[in-house]
Ligand binder design. Structure first.
Ligand SMILES: *Cc1c(COP(=O)(O)O)cnc(C)c1O
Length: 385
């Protein structure tokens, strides 16, 4: 065995020992939130395809047509030969959605965060992250070389205290959070956060990966804020938009700076034509079909009402069960009933809060949501007994 393979094998053994090794389970996703695994069809409550747009005929056709017109790949970075008109069109549409002057598309939401954050702050600066912010925001913060501080989840009093104690020691300060938290489904207090940021001359970044398409008539968390409340909206094309890719919406100057300085933009191939066209078509569907946009939150609220939980604030509802074993057991019970609800365990969530993360889609039928709620309520009742 080479020293490299020896290293990898030892690391894998450590992961196995801690029950942290991840495994891939192949499946085929279909329309109607159906996923086929191992010859069996499940109704998935674990996809982020909140509007079912990855399977929408108009979105699929747009992708196919773009491949015929422009090819399967973009061929190079946008600064070389990868630039094509659909990208600019998509950026106009995204900027309009978020009521910002400009936008820039990246290869993924992950790439957007690790490109944007280090291009704006660095040594001598401070970044304050909500403690539950997505891994890619932490990665971007580390890449930046700025001092990293965490504030308690959605706690503006704590944020204020941290700013009061530290802001004076740093040149620039960036506050970064999510619009809708991916594992809890709760929403950040963005208006308060924005007001505090202004008081301390701090910039604000909000990753709205789970808000767009679902909240604010499709605009996401930006829907009920003033246009200048958040400086930097980051997001993904891969969730409610049913495609692939990421973006930043910001001022013209910031976006122009990113074209030269965001390394994951400059040194990475342009988004492929199929993904770009699919995202554009998805935005058109979102504008044209308000009932589709309203459906995921309505389904989530149907579910929280049926299990007597706190009313859903987004399309994501956590059912916290405690131990990893309890979450895995609940997940397999639901699988036996035909529902795919993946158990989420530490370190993705804090120890002792292993859970089912239930994600609602516009194409879930009301009767399926009711059946799922009944099954989940049964699991909760048994635990209490
Ligand atoms: C899913 C997610 C991302 C990653 O987006 P991709 O386009 O899948 O890379 C980034 N941030 C948040 C908050 C997410 O939930």
């Amino acid at each position: 065995m080479t020293s490299l393979d020896d290293f990898a094998s030892r690391k894998l053994a450590e992961l196995d020992h801690a029950a942290l090794r991840r495994r891939l389970i192949p499946g085929e996703r279909r329309a109607g939130a159906v996923i086929r695994r191992d010859g069996r069809d499940f109704i998935s409550f674990s996809c982020n395809d909140y509007l079912g747009l990855s399977q929408h005929p108009v979105v699929k056709r747009a992708a196919q047509e773009a491949v015929e017109r422009l090819g399967a790949g973009a061929g190079a970075s946008r600064l070389v030969t990868g630039e094509y008109p659909d990208l600019g069109l998509l950026e106009l549409r995204l900027a309009r959605l978020k009521r910002k002057p400009a936008a820039l598309v990246f290869a993924s939401g992950y790439a957007a965060n690790i490109g944007v954050i280090p291009a704006l702050i660095g040594r001598g600066d401070l970044i304050l992250l909500d403690e539950l912010a997505h891994a890619c925001m932490h990665a971007g913060a580390r890449l930046s070389g700025a001092e990293i501080g965490l504030f308690r989840h959605n706690d503006v009093t704590d944020l204020e205290a941290v700013l009061g104690a530290t802001r004076g020691q740093f040149r620039h300060c960036l506050i970064a959070t999510e619009g809708v938290f991916s594992m809890d489904g709760d929403r950040a207090p963005l208006a308060d956060l924005s007001a505090i940021a202004r008081r301390f001359d701090a910039w604000t970044l909000c990753d709205d990966a789970h808000g767009v398409g679902v909240l604010g008539h499709g605009a996401g968390s930006a829907g009920d804020l003033s246009a200048d409340a958040i400086d930097l909206w980051v997001g993904t094309l891969s969730k409610a938009l049913g495609s692939q890719g990421g973006y930043l919406c910001a001022s013209a100057a910031v976006v122009e700076l990113m074209r030269s300085r965001a390394r994951s933009f400059v040194y990475s191939t342009a988004l492929n034509p199929a993904a770009t066209a699919a995202a554009l078509a998805a935005l058109t569907v979102i504008e044209a079909e308000p009932t589709r946009v309203a459906a995921p939150l309505a389904r989530a609220r149907q579910f929280t009402q049926a299990i007597a939980a706190q009313e859903a604030a987004s399309a994501i509802v956590p059912v916290i069960l405690g131990t990893a074993e309890a979450a895995l057991h609940a997940s397999s019970r639901l699988a036996a009933a035909g529902f795919l609800v993946v158990a989420i365990r530490p370190p993705t969530v804090p120890p002792g809060t292993a859970r089912l993360r239930v994600a609602f889609q516009a194409d879930h039928r009301v009767e399926d949501v009711a059946a799922l709620a009944e099954a989940v309520a049964g699991i909760i009742r048994e635990r209490a007994a």
